[in-house]
Design a binder for this molecule. Structure first.
Ligand code: PA5
Length: 467
């Protein structure tokens, strides 16, 4: 069995010094403080308040997802997800992690599965280009519109573009090309899906967007693209055992949460996630949303103003060594680094011989590329540690469905525990909701006239300040 593990020695005072690291005594204090919160989270779970925790155990969702995926075989060359935020980032992350880099381009690497596109924006140039391409392929394309609320302007607008396109070209058959993933009973998309006779899957009750990747939200595109969804869910269950224990030093989510919380309070409010593996790059995008939307909050649970929230930053090794590391080493010591490192890559490449005229490249010749990539990770870590920058590493034995499931579950539970340490609600996103409503107002949606008036001073450009 492949596992992931959390290596945290390089946040200790032994490695980065007393000013920037955590001493054994401080670790014991963090353990004391976090242990009752793990118990509290376990109790919340028993009370049904953290439904995302149960997703890996649900047998109905994967069965429904597989039935839909099977029904598409032979009839679907392109699978297109329309969603945003939690209704898109997990799909992208799982696809990048578990399918080959050239998946969309190379039929052989797709192994009979459809191309995958995820539209999580309303950029007209992007959508127009896609519409040009897909126009004569609609009878071989399936659109999975995902929206828990069903009212999100971005998803709704792209859906309406596609709906018209399908109806113009396919007439009565248009509804067969759309699968809606939405609330079981309520919301605009549910209403449309029921009216139009779309096939549907549910966004489970009590599971918010960014916590929903292991539900039909993330599982359908994965299954359709040949990803082992049972492995993903198994990975979630494997991690569940490890993050439920109240034994702090054996609970990777508790340590991850406590370390992050400690550094936030110790003048390091920025949390950089830096995979040294291209396949893991979009997991840092997924993490960035989970972390930012869950932990960025004005109020604590008693209603006091707290204005907390670590700032998540994504970087990619080695690419960002040549763009960010100068700042990371010599700029303010206000960051915690979390590397993602892979022990055994699925494939390797041997670097070719050095040219006769350039013997100075001989040190690379014949080496495995994975060796170079991991050497660069250690080199960056070494350089950061020399400047007392604390670092953790999530070590992947391999990148496969199980370890990706473990990672997702680890960071979800880490987020829950970090929220308890901050004493905030990690499951809501009131600030995002306000932006959604302001968009309605700016687009003249009836009922939002009062808000439209309030927005006018922002919407109207003041000539005095244009240069
Ligand atoms: O995590 C969240 O709740 C958000 O990011 C939502 O997923 C996002 O705003 C999309 O919402 P919906 O699925 O309702 O369209």
């Amino acid at each position: 069995m492949s596992n992931i593990s959390l290596y945290y020695k390089n946040v200790t005072a032994d490695v980065v010094g007393a000013e920037h690291g955590i001493s054994p005594k401080q670790f014991d204090e963090l353990a004391e403080q976090t242990k009752p919160l793990i118990e509290q989270l376990n109790d919340q779970r028993k009370a049904g308040q953290t439904m995302y925790r149960e997703l890996p155990y649900n047998e109905d969702y994967p069965a429904q997802v597989k039935a839909v995926a099977d029904s598409l075989k032979g009839d679907c060359e392109n699978f297109v997800v329309l969603g945003i935020g939690g209704s898109a980032l997990g799909n992208i992350a799982v696809q990048t992690a578990l399918n080959p880099y050239m998946y969309n381009m190379d039929e052989n690497q797709r192994n009979g599965c459809p191309r995958l596109f995820v539209f999580d924006n309303v950029d007209p140039v992007q959508i127009a280009s896609f519409v040009d391409w897909v126009g004569d392929k609609l009878d071989k394309t399936i659109f999975n519109v995902i929206s828990k609320s069903g009212r999100t302007a971005e998803t709704a607008s792209v859906y309406l573009v596609i709906k018209k396109l399908l109806e113009d070209k396919l007439g009565d058959k248009a509804s067969q090309r759309i699968i809606a993933t939405t609330d079981a009973k309520e919301g605009t998309l549910r209403k449309i899906a029921d009216e139009s006779g779309y096939r549907t899957l549910v966004v489970p009750d009590g599971v918010g967007g960014r916590w929903s990747v292991l539900s039909p939200v993330g599982l359908l595109s994965a299954a359709v693209c040949g990803i082992d969804i049972d492995g993903l869910l198994e990975g979630g269950r494997q991690m569940d055992k490890r993050v439920t224990t109240t034994d702090f030093y054996n609970n990777p989510a508790a340590i991850n949460a406590a370390v992050n919380w400690n550094f936030y309070n110790a003048g390091k409010p920025i949390s950089v996630m830096m995979p040294y593996c291209y396949a893991l790059k979009d997991l840092s995008d997924w993490y960035r949303q989970l972390w930012a939307e869950s932990l960025g909050k004005t109020k604590d649970l008693s209603g006091n103003d707290v204005f907390v929230g670590p700032t998540p930053v994504k970087a990619l090794g080695t690419t960002d060594q040549h763009s960010q590391v100068q700042l990371y080493r010599e700029g303010p010591n206000d960051k915690l680094f979390t590397f993602l490192q892979v022990k055994e890559f699925a494939r390797d490449v041997v670097i070719g011989p050095e040219p006769a005229c350039a013997p100075e490249l001989g040190y690379l010749a014949g080496s495995k590329m994975s060796k170079l990539l991991n050497a660069e990770k250690v080199a960056t870590e070494y350089a950061l540690l020399k400047d007392q920058r604390p670092c953790m590493t999530v070590l992947f034995d391999k990148v496969n469905a199980q370890t990706i499931g473990q990672f997702i579950y680890l960071f979800e539970v880490t987020t829950s525990i970090t929220g308890l340490l901050f004493d905030i609600n990690v499951y809501d996103q009131p600030a995002v909701e306000l932006g959604k409503e302001a968009t309605f107002a700016l687009m003249d949606r009836p009922g939002f006239e009062e808000m439209a008036e309030k927005i006018t001073p922002v919407a109207k450009l003041d000539d005095k300040y244009i240069v």
